[in-house]
Write a protein that binds this ligand. Sequence first.
Ligand SMILES: Cc1ncc(COP(=O)(O)O)c(C=O)c1O
Length: 402
Amino acid sequence: MKVCLSQMGDGAAMHAEEVPLYNGPLCGVYHQQIAEVTDMGNSSGFPQVLIQAQRELLNYSGTGISVLEMSHRTSDFSNIINTTENLLRELLNIPENYKVLFLHGGGTGQFSAVPLNLIGLKKDRCADYIVTGIWSAKAAKEAEKYGKVNLIHPNLDRYTSIPDSSSWSLNPSASYVYYCCNETVHGVEFNFIPETKDVIIVSDMSSNFLSRPIDVSKFGLIFAGAQKNIGCAGVTVVIVKEDLLGNALKECPIVLDYQVQAGNSSLYNTPSCFSIYIMKLVLEWIKSNGGAEAMEILNKKKSSLIYDIINTSNGFYCCPIDVSCRSRMNIPFRIGKKEGDEALEKLFLDGASKLGMISLKGHRSVGGIRASLYNAVTLEDAQALSAYMKEFLKDHLTEIDH
Ligand SMILES: Cc1ncc(COP(=O)(O)O)c(C=O)c1O
């Protein structure tokens, strides 16, 4: 009998042999729930991943214990974190001169970590932030604590576009240029990498990471919370070019210091072991389903299904985002009129929920509807939503003012 209390309070760890293994019926029920309820908001589970995690929950790979109980210093966990890193390197073709880190603190933690580690790269201690939505605005605000921040286009009255790059006034002596590749709330996505001459680029890819291939070699740093496309909350991936390490400001907390974390293979302090394990399962799933290229094809198809209905609805569904930067991940729209008919929108959400489609309500700051089509949302899920949108349009078209 194994007893492992390394990461749980006394008495919290279970003895593997004492707990019945859940298989059969519970597995079936769980699967059914996932199949019937599609979460179109935050990340939804990959059914196969959840089932595998359930199967292994009490006894990981014959170890007799759960990953939840496992010490991060064991060879079993080393295998998990190394496999996760290798999968990421393979799926994104990450060059050897980049470190891959698995950190705590979410995307928000990186809003601080990025300036703390990189704003001192040049003596002026300044950085350019291209602001295209609330996440890049928040990141810029946080960076202002540590240096001078030049906001590129902060005064867009609404975040619905990416201003033409010829109008950006980038500072050649900036330590880095920062942008958010996909603004989750507003649905504004970059489909190009900004040209910044010799200044390194930092990108928040929290909500479109691994939804398509990216050329990592063009970036100084990329970060992404796992919870949208590659796992569950609790771990944030940082991919950073090696020659940028070692420039942290002296006030940088040690857990956020990239050089310290890289030197300790992300094990300077206890990492989010279970979240890293879930990421490994999701990456295995992505790999066996064709990798980043296949995700891109799928995500294009899924988002086209929804945009096609919006575009042909004669204004019944309105997406305010410029066509050139419409996100494949998050599609915000209003119903009935540009600023939305709240009664119709409520009816839409209630009807969707009855069909098992949840989390379609838009972010509280913009209202309306938002469909999030992360990697775990299947083509069939998107088809179900598009069929529902067509039906709803047919039933309610006459109720709106033209
Ligand atoms: C693009 C983007 N960046 C950052 C964040 C903040 O992430 P976290 O809540 O993990 O701190 C989010 C959250 O949804 C996001 O969508």
